[in-house]
Design a protein around this ligand. Structure first.
Ligand code: ATP
Length: 454
């Protein structure tokens, strides 16, 4: 094989991601995710999104936002992170947003009691070092970050960093409904940061103390809540399928008995099989009239909805869908990672890929560089596009494979003469449609993206 010939055959069968550390180092190397404050040695479980990570994240958010706000019955909102402290009393977070904390006196490991195998907890055996009798009694630990507003640091100035975006939606329920003239049933969607002082953060961006949530609260007439709950369950798992996640890696987990939150009538998690095992990706909850009822009680304001047609007033029930943006992104990375013994690539849906196309001049001479540069400028008007002229074509393909770019265009001698290019597919490594006339390139790529997976 000469310098500029690229391999077109896989080295072996594609393997999935088995070890999260492999992803962590690839993400750092390629500019998806960096450890936060790395030059100071990092800060536990905080991560920064790099140039490619932020593009991927924007694509995840955009797809969620469009799935929600392109509907006529959903409005968007961006509420402040800092809210009146009474909000968190009404919501139950001040009294009840606690995790039971257990320490091992022997190895100093820290656990959430609800995540330890109940047998081990009962027998008082440390899940880490195996020492018997070393675990402390569970102590409740509030997960909300506290800070002070204004110059005084007394108790009257305490505010919290919101631990969920949902409360900003509830307290704005009537503002949104009245200003947008929505009728029930309708929803409010919001994307924003949330903060939880987690006891056991970790597993890369799976559980962090600062993260982004994409939440939609759907307000319905009592009595229609279970019907809407079922509809939203189906629509939400479909969204993950549409992002390209493999069906066999997704499942529902029903909250039963003690798992069911005090406010919930029904709750299902959508779980994904991460390399760390099946874990929650999204929650779909029937929250009843608990939230609006509590805010009505604590604020003294009437939060009832008036149904003009039926001339009746009621406090709506709420069906919530809540997904972590970082966790959805992690699922995309884990699900699309492939390694064939030689080549690594992210087989992600092109709509999520940071770049859709990369343009390469085969060589820097013969006018190929200039041609490729012009083609790159033209394609940029249609797709996020990059270019690369360093190293062999094979190496350049590999670099794009590792960041999930679905299509590579090569400008060669024939391009200069005949204005045709090769279009290489990331997953098959084969060229699409023989030589593609440059004037048809945008249409061919668009068609490939629109018909992806069909
Ligand atoms: P867990 O029991 O794992 O702590 P939870 O049930 O408290 O999670 P929810 O309050 O339902 O989680 O939050 C909704 C979604 O927000 C979760 O499904 C998850 O995707 C995301 N999320 C929650 N906590 C974190 C976190 N610490 N880091 C990243 N994402 C999170």
């Amino acid at each position: 094989m000469t310098e500029n010939e690229a391999p077109t055959k896989p080295a072996g069968p594609p393997q999935d991601l088995k070890d999260m550390n492999v992803l962590v180092s690839l993400c750092k190397q390629r500019g998806f995710v960096f450890p936060s404050s790395e030059v100071y040695g990092g800060i536990n479980a905080c991560w920064d999104y790099g140039p490619l990570g932020i593009e991927l994240k924007r694509n995840v958010k955009e797809r969620w936002w469009r799935a929600m706000c392109d509907r006529d019955d959903i409005e968007g909102l961006d509420a402040a992170i800092l809210m009146h402290p009474r909000v968190w009393e009404a919501s139950g977070h001040v009294a009840g947003f606690v995790d039971p904390l257990v320490d091992c006196k022997e190895c100093k490991s820290r656990f959430r009691a609800d995540k330890i195998d109940p047998e081990k907890l009962k027998a008082n055996v440390c899940p880490n070092c195996g020492k018997k009798g070393a675990l402390t009694e569970p102590r409740n630990f509030n997960l909300m970050f506290k800070t002070h507003m204004g110059a005084l640091e007394d108790s009257s100035a305490i505010v919290y960093l919101r631990p969920e975006t949902a409360q900003g939606i509830y307290v704005n329920f009537l503002n949104v409904q009245q200003s947008s003239r929505q009728k029930i049933p309708f929803g409010i969607a919001q994307i924003g940061k949330a903060f939880r002082n987690e006891i056991t953060p970790g597993n890369f961006i799976f559980r962090t103390r600062e993260f982004e949530q994409m939440e939609m609260q759907y307000f319905v007439k009592p009595g229609t809540d279970m019907e809407w709950f079922e509809k939203w369950k189906a629509m939400r798992i479909q969204w993950h399928y549409d992002n390209g996640l493999r069906k066999e890696k997704l499942r529902f987990h029903q909250h039963a008995g003690g798992e069911l939150a005090h406010y919930a009538k029904a709750a299902f998690d959508i779980e994904y099989e991460f390399p760390i095992g099946w874990s929650e990706l999204e929650g779909v909850h029937n929250r009843t009239d608990f939230d609006l009822g509590r805010h009505q009680e604590f604020s003294g304001k009437n939060l009832q909805y008036f149904d003009e047609a039926a001339k009746e007033k009621y406090v709506p029930y709420i069906v919530e869908t809540s997904v972590g943006c970082d966790r959805a992104l992690l699922a995309v990375l884990c699900d699309s990672y492939r390694f064939d013994g030689d080549r690594t690539w992210f087989q992600m849906h092109p709509a999520l890929s940071p770049y859709k196309v990369a343009v390469f001049p085969l060589m820097k001479k013969g006018g190929m560089s200039e041609y490729a540069e012009k083609l790159h400028t033209d394609l940029k008007k249609h797709f996020r596009c990059t270019t690369d002229d360093a190293g062999s074509i094979g190496k350049r393909y590999r670099r794009q494979d590792e960041i999930g770019t679905p299509f590579c265009v090569t400008v060669d001698f024939d391009t200069i003469e005949k204005h045709t290019v090769t279009l290489r597919h990331r997953d098959t490594m084969e060229t699409i449609g023989g030589r593609v006339p440059v004037e048809k390139l945008v249409d061919v790529i668009r068609d490939q993206i629109e018909n992806w997976g069909r």
